[in-house]
Design a protein around this ligand. Structure first.
Ligand SMILES: [Zn+2]
Ligand SMILES: [Zn+2]
Length: 342
């Protein structure tokens, strides 16, 4: 048992020698500064809260900012807060905060006011983006004649999706510019490591080859040489879905990776793997765009009868065991023979 040095009462616990009553008496438990500034990016409209740029509603941002200004006495613990914001003009909100604060096993309420002042600014990401900042260029090219429109759109979409996903956890990652150039497309990127990871992804997805080069672009403010990297990604002339000739027979290129790929025979639908240099040497018999839809007339477990897409004759085609046959199937004609494409 101890006692309060002020009122002399016997009590279990004391705070700084005082009983809880004497400790709380007239004491300010919570403080807020006269005003708290809230920065808003005029470009992306995100708010700077607790040292991070975050997309949010103005009302939530104002309340969060007021709450971030709270300081409570060391002996107290913030249990809950309620806020009420009163807009005074376009840029100023008076925010009242009511809080429950736990001290010495008792919950006491406290109320304070502050002004949240909205400040327009441009966040670092936007100022870089608006200033066309970039560290690296990803050049996508094709091994043969030039990048087809389909492949260009597909790879650019893949890059965009990946950057969008990665930028959710790292705001510094963005695409500065996408530019169509002769033979392909150039993508300027805010970060070298981003460009490197996109290059790796394209190598794996397309069996592409890459080459890295650096050019000196100037010096940083502290006198270091500044380089900009270029990642040249050359897509092979073949692509997933193409029909290639292996051992004199048509095969569907059904998978690709860094070192090679998988080919599926159009005769018996058996899979074979091949090394990259073997695939490179194969003749391309048909591209994805050469495929046609054929109307299914009847189907059994191992065969399907279709109407030939150009001469309308009736043709029997072999199909794989597990094929799911709908109203049409994809077919490809190689020389005079029609094949089912799995
Ligand atoms: Zn006391
Ligand atoms: Zn911004």
């Amino acid at each position: 048992m101890s006692f309060c040095v002020k009122c002399g009462i016997d009590c279990e616990d004391t705070i700084n020698g005082l009983c809880l009553e004497c400790f709380l008496n007239g004491r300010e438990l919570m403080k807020l500064p006269h005003h708290v500034d809230l920065q808003r990016c005029t470009n992306c409209e995100e708010y700077y809260i607790r040292e991070r740029w975050i997309p949010m509603d103005e009302a939530d941002a104002v309340e969060e900012t007021a709450i971030s200004g709270i300081s409570i006495i060391a002996e107290g613990e913030l249990i809950s807060v309620g806020t009420f914001a009163d807009k005074q003009d376009d840029r100023t909100f008076q925010v009242t905060i009511q809080a429950d604060i736990g001290v010495g096993g008792r919950i006491t309420d406290a109320e304070c006011k502050t002004l949240v002042r909205l400040k327009n600014t441009v966040c670092k990401k936007c100022s870089r983006q608006l200033g066309n900042y970039y560290e690296a260029t990803l050049q996508i090219r094709s091994g043969d004649k030039g990048l087809t429109d389909e492949l260009r759109d597909e790879t650019v979409r893949r890059v965009r999706d990946s950057v969008e996903l990665q930028s959710k956890t790292n705001r510094g990652l963005f695409i500065t510019k996408v530019q169509e150039v002769r033979g392909g497309v150039d993508i300027q990127l805010s970060s070298t490591s981003l460009a490197r990871s996109l290059t790796k992804d394209l190598i794996e997805a397309y069996g592409a080859e890459s080459q890295e080069s650096a050019s000196l672009v100037g010096q940083t403010s502290d006198g270091l040489d500044m380089y900009r990297l270029t990642f040249l990604v050359r897509l092979p002339s073949y692509h997933i879905g193409d029909i290639l000739e292996m051992n004199g027979k048509p095969h569907l290129l059904s998978g690709l990776n860094k070192t090679g790929g998988r080919l599926t025979s159009l005769n018996d639908f058996r899979d074979t793997s091949a090394r990259k240099n073997e695939i490179q040497a194969m003749k391309i018999l048909a591209k994805v765009s050469d495929r046609k839809d054929a109307i299914v007339l009847t189907s059994t477990g191992t065969e399907v009868q279709v109407m030939h897409p150009t001469n309308y004759s009736t043709i029997d085609l072999r199909i794989p065991q597990d094929a799911e046959i709908g109203e049409t199937v994809q077919v490809v004609q190689i020389e005079d023979v029609l094949y089912y494409v799995p």
